[in-house]
Design a protein around this ligand. Structure first.
Ligand SMILES: [Zn+2]
Length: 511
């Protein structure tokens, strides 16, 4: 007899249903299709010990487990639970029919405890994709307790011990109180490592009206920003202000953040809807920033700071101090908002739609300002220092900002006096509009560019020597600026303002 049920595979943020089929055969071998013999042996040891701990007998037969579809990564320990249930159904301990419309995931402890799966995410049905045609009939998900404030959309049962789960299958109506125990266990065992962020407002910044306006534009349009300023010029405060300007996470986005943080072994803000804030130190290596494959085969990918900041802010202070390789690796998430981790056994894609805020001193000693030389650094040293972040990386960042002295660039008086409350409301209004309008649709439905503004955009390319990408940024930032002003059209000053945000593109500026 073949017993069939469902499990999960895939990446945090995009889990997928996998069919688990199990059959007893002659012999003693334990095989799982697609698993190495080492991973299958480890799985066998856990499941066998857990079943025996629950008073069950291990079948004296060979067991073959098939996982479909074959191309999905399936080295996960999350298959312990569906395999154990399929063994119990094959032995007639629980009804096999009860498994066909259920999906389960969880790692088994030797004592029968059910441990959280690293990539556990079931809060949101929308996130679960499946190439299996019959998976849309799945009625219930079974797993260890999950973090997250949102109520699961999908019918969901949580258990912390296999013996509770066996009792549930034997008599589903009598043993549904297990979720209470689960919550207690979660509280006791969770290692909570959340980077919390108290709210910063513009009241923490003196003057710098241009910078405040750029902060609103960056937060509203999700424009990545790089700022240059001497120590104490308020770079960190401004970054925190941008984070504070972002609206609360939707339940769907909160759910995505929860799953990514779970993959890294963190519990993500269960009681707060605030978007994530990540500020890794400049000594962070490539793996820490971008993510990596775990050396433990069963764990799959470990998200880096960029993915942990998904839907929030990634603040990279002392940007020029990051290693060259790490800076180069920023190019892909800046462009595609995803991170591809490739290895011999396959590749994995991590979501990385974070708002990047990079900050750096104007020169190695910190006192210079790029244009006015007031420090003791050699010109060649400054060139080397700034070259590290200019070029391909800065080209992909929409807004370049210089702090420490006001620039002589157009800034609309109305927004410079904007209150914190109206700034937050403006950001929320534009972000909502951006969700409803994509790509060129934003330019056809949003404020229209005046002929004078269009002329200036054209001349930007030659005068500022902008790259194609730089020009694209100017157009996008100008649109957001017009939306911030609630202007019916993209005016000359919006283009001028956005063009002035391309510091690193100016060859003369780099000397
Ligand atoms: Zn210097």
């Amino acid at each position: 007899m073949i017993v069939s049920t469902f499990g999960f595979a895939g990446n945090p943020g995009s889990p997928s249903f996998v069919r688990v089929e199990l059959r007893f055969e002659r012999g003693i071998l334990f095989r799982i299709s697609g698993f190495s013999s080492q991973a299958a042996r480890a799985s066998h040891a856990r499941i066998r010990s857990a079943l025996i701990a629950c008073g069950q007998r291990w079948p004296g037969k060979a067991i073959t487990v098939n996982l479909a579809p074959a191309e999905l990564s399936r080295t996960s320990t999350a298959f312990d639970l569906p395999i154990a249930l399929a063994i119990l159904a094959s032995r007639g301990v629980i009804p096999a029919s009860a498994l066909t419309l259920k999906a389960s995931a969880g790692e088994l402890g030797l004592d029968g405890s059910i441990r959280p799966w690293q990539t556990s995410i079931f809060e949101n049905r929308i996130n679960i994709t499946s190439p299996l045609s019959d998976s849309n009939k799945i009625k219930t998900l079974i797993s260890p307790p999950l973090s997250g404030y949102s109520e699961p959309i999908f019918p969901h049962e949580t258990f912390t011990h296999l013996s509770d789960l066996i009792a549930y299958f034997k008599s589903p109506t009598q043993s549904k109180n297990s979720s209470n125990n689960s919550k207690l266990l979660l509280k006791a065992s969770s290692t909570i490592t959340i980077q919390t962020q108290s709210e910063s407002t513009f009241e923490n910044i003196q003057g710098e009206e241009t910078a405040k306006r750029k902060a609103i534009i960056a937060a509203a349009g999700s424009h990545d920003l790089i700022m240059l300023g001497p120590p104490g010029s308020g770079k960190t405060v401004l970054a925190k202000c941008i984070h504070s300007l972002l609206p609360d996470l939707s339940p769907k986005h909160h759910s995505e953040c929860t799953s990514i943080h779970a993959a890294a072994g963190h519990l993500f803000n269960p009681n707060s809807k605030r978007p994530p804030w990540q500020s890794p130190h400049s000594s962070t290596n490539l793996n820490g920033l971008i993510g990596s494959w775990s050396t433990l085969k069963s764990r799959g990918v470990i998200p880096g700071s960029w993915s942990l900041a998904h839907h929030g802010v990634l603040f990279l202070d002392e940007f020029a101090e990051f290693s060259r390789g790490t800076l180069e690796a920023c190019r892909s998430p800046l462009e595609s908002h995803t991170i591809s981790l490739v290895r011999a056994a396959g590749s994995s894609e991590l979501p990385a739609s974070a708002l990047l805020i990079a900050a750096l001193n104007p020169c190695p000693c910190g006192r210079g300002t790029g244009r006015v030389k007031s420090c003791s650094c050699q010109e060649s040293e400054i060139k080397r220092y700034l070259r590290k972040v200019s070029g391909p990386v800065a080209d992909r960042i929409a807004i370049h900002l210089e702090l420490g002295h006001e620039l002589t660039e157009p800034s609309t008086a109305s927004t410079s006096a904007m209150s914190w409350t109206s700034a937050r409301a403006t950001v929320a209004r534009i972000r909502k509009w951006n969700l409803e309008h994509h790509g060129d649709d934003r330019f056809s439905h949003g404020p229209q560019m005046t002929p004078k503004a269009a002329d200036l955009l054209h001349s930007c390319r030659t005068v500022l020597k902008l790259s194609h990408r730089g020009l694209h940024h100017v157009r996008n930032v100008a649109l957001t600026a017009a939306l911030v002003d609630d202007s019916p059209s993209i005016e000359l000053e919006h283009i001028a303002e956005a063009g002035a945000s391309r510091l690193f593109d100016r060859k003369t500026w780099l000397r």
